[in-house]
Design a protein around this ligand. Structure first.
Ligand SMILES: [Zn+2]
Length: 71
């Protein structure tokens, strides 16, 4: 169904089945408190956070788009 190949640091989330270009991007899509309500963010939440999908179909972070963790 999909031709996306997992190689290097690329990975797929077992929870939401989305593909990520790096473990950093993967970390970014997880939100909530550990051991409390840790979960995957929705497509819209990831985009709000500044993430996007590259041409290969993998979610990527945008390190140059400043993101500050809200207090
Ligand atoms: Zn996920």
């Amino acid at each position: 169904m999909n031709g996306r190949t997992l190689s290097g640091d690329r990975n797929q989330c077992a929870g939401c089945r989305e593909y990520f270009n790096s473990s950093t991007a993967f970390d970014w899509h997880r939100t909530g408190e550990f051991s409390c309500d840790r979960r995957c963010m929705s497509d819209g939440e990831m985009r709000t956070r500044g993430m996007s999908i590259n041409s290969a179909g993998f979610w990527i972070t945008k390190p140059y788009a400043k993101y500050a963790e809200e207090a």
